[in-house]
Each structure stands twice: as structure tokens, then as C-alpha cells.
Design a protein around this ligand. Structure first.
Ligand code: ADP
Ligand code: X2W
Length: 253
């Protein structure tokens, strides 16, 4: 039996507020074709808003939230209590079969600290219960929050782009889509249709790539490096936006 094609879609907190009709149409088509679909959701803007309201200072470093114990509590509450149910509700309204998931389900996501001194309770994904997850994805679209658990049971906040890339690689996904609020990686306002690591380095140097786009691009190249076939940054599931690829040099030679 051949394994079903797996598609991982990261939906940013900006994008999840107002997903367009073509997003649901594409998901409906993919689900009908039997593809396994996993959505990793963000919620950065929502976490910042709630943190503000709780009187907590929002502090980001290289696009990563510096997360103390109180901020972690808000992050968990907002991702699992606000953002994820809103996404699942929208999916259900569009007649998609969907299930909300998080790190506590059957040791779904294992993680370790990124750099506790610098970022606090922030981590990266080191393991995925992929057998169980693929079983779930056979019948339903999974909607998964970017939180992980250490072997000692500490909860960690994981950047959703980084989480999506790591999970896509561990699932052996065919496609990773980083869905955001811009039509792709922009250079002087224009979408760059194809981007390799060298091109990205140049854009970094020219200060064209900033803020939230930094972890996104790093995550995209990590996913490619770890075997995900196709990685896209776009605001539309039916348009490729920016296609990330490993190198143009071999093609040119
Ligand atoms: N070169 C760039 N091209 C596109 N967007 C960029 C670039 N540099 C910085 N950005 C910013 O990155 C944002 C997307 O990242 P982020 O806000 O973290 O989105 P998400 O919530 O989807 O993860 C864009 O809205 C834009 O403001
Ligand atoms: C460690 C870290 O930065 N975690 C992120 C998790 C959510 C996220 O990544 O959401 P977006 O994709 O909407 O930005 C955060 O706390 O904002």
C-alpha cells in the first residue's frame, strides 16, 4: 500500500482571522482526494494582544517570543482556548472533517529548550508521534498548536513556522505551505517567485527580510534540507507565491 500524500500547512495568526474561500475549496479538494492534511496554527498577534491586556510586556527577539512563565500560561490559553477553536469552527462550517490537536495528545510533540537564557520557555520540536498522527490524518484534517513538551513534562512555546517545518520533515511530507498575510517573500514590494539560500542571504543583507519573515525563511530551508519536497510561502493555497529551493547553481551549470 502506498502512503497517502501528506501536506502540512502553517496558518499564521494574521492569516487565520480571515481565510479566503479558495483556502476552503482547496482543502475540500485535497480531502476528497485522500491527502493527509495537517494544519499547524500560529496565533502570535492574538498572544501579544492578550499579553498586553494582562499587563505583560511583549518582547520578541529575531521574531521569537521571549517567553517567561506568565507569558507561557497566556500562550497556552490563547492558542488552545481561543485561536484553535476558532479555526476548527471555521473548518467545520465549511464541512471539512477536522480535529484540534496539541502536544498533550499521546505525546504528540516532544521538544527541547532552544536557549533558555535568551528566550525562556521556548523550544524546538525533537520528536513527533507520527504513527498515531498519520492514523488521525487518514480521516480528518488535524489542526495542531505549536507547543511541545520536554521529557520532564515542561511545556515549551515553539514558533509556529519552525514547528511546521520540523513536523513536516518528521512526517515525510510532500508539501509544506507557510500561509501568511503577504503573497510571498517580497523584494522592494514585489514577490520573489523562486528563492534559494543565496538569494535569501542577499535579501537579509539588504535588510529586505525582517521581523516575522526571518524564522519563516529559516524554517522553509530547514524543511527542504530535511527532505520535504516542496516548500511555499504564500497567502493563497491556489498560488505558489514564493517557491523555496535548494540551489539554482546546478541548474545554471
Ligand atoms: N521580505 C519580506 N517579504 C514579505 N514579508 C516580510 C518581509 N520582511 C518582513 N516581512 C513581514 O513578515 C510578515 C509575515 O510574518 P508574520 O507577521 O510573522 O506572519 P504570520 O503571522 O503569518 O507568521 C509580513 O506581514 C511582513 O510584514
Ligand atoms: C516561540 C514563539 O515565538 N512562539 C510563537 C507561537 C505562535 C506563532 O508562531 O504564531 P504566528 O505564526 O502567528 O506568528 C509566539 O509566541 O508568537
Amino acid at each position: 500500500m502506498t502512503m497517502a500524500e501528506t501536506i502540512v500547512i502553517k496558518v499564521g495568526g494574521h492569516a487565520s482571522d480571515q481565510l479566503p474561500q479558495q483556502f476552503y475549496q482547496q482543502l475540500t479538494r485535497w480531502q476528497a482526494e485522500g491527502k493527509h492534511i495537517l494544519v499547524i496554527h500560529g496565533g502570535g498577534p492574538q498572544i501579544s494582544r492578550w499579553s498586553d491586556q494582562m499587563g505583560l510586556t511583549v518582547h520578541k527577539h529575531h521574531g521569537i517570543r521571549v517567553t517567561d512563565a506568565k507569558t507561557l500560561a497566556v500562550t497556552q490559553a490563547v492558542l488552545l482556548g481561543v485561536v484553535q477553536p476558532a479555526i476548527c469552527q471555521q473548518f467545520s462550517q465549511h464541512h471539512l472533517h477536522v480535529v484540534g490537536l496539541n502536544t498533550s495528545d499521546n505525546q504528540l510533540l516532544g521538544g527541547e529548550y532552544l536557549d533558555q537564557k535568551e528566550y525562556g520557555e521556548v523550544g524546538q520540536i525533537t520528536s513527533v508521534n507520527e504513527t498515531w498522527l498519520q492514523e488521525v490524518l487518514h480521516d480528518e484534517i488535524g489542526v495542531l498548536a505549536p507547543l511541545a513538551q520536554t521529557i520532564d513534562g515542561h511545556l515549551l512555546n515553539v514558533n509556529a513556522d519552525t514547528a511546521a517545518a520540523a513536523i513536516a520533515a518528521k512526517l515525510g511530507a510532500n508539501k509544506l505551505v507557510l500561509l501568511t498575510d503577504v503573497p510571498g517573500v517580497l523584494n522592494a514590494g514585489k514577490v520573489v517567485p523562486l528563492l534559494d539560500q543565496e538569494g535569501a542571504d542577499q535579501l537579509f543583507e539588504q535588510k529586505q527580510i525582517k521581523a516575522g519573515m526571518m524564522p519563516k525563511i529559516k524554517a522553509a530551508f530547514n524543511a527542504l534540507h530535511d527532505g520535504v519536497h516542496q516548500v511555499l510561502i504564500t497567502n493563497d493555497l491556489t498560488s505558489s507565491g514564493t517557491i523555496l529551493h535548494r540551489s539554482t547553481k546546478r541548474v545554471a551549470g
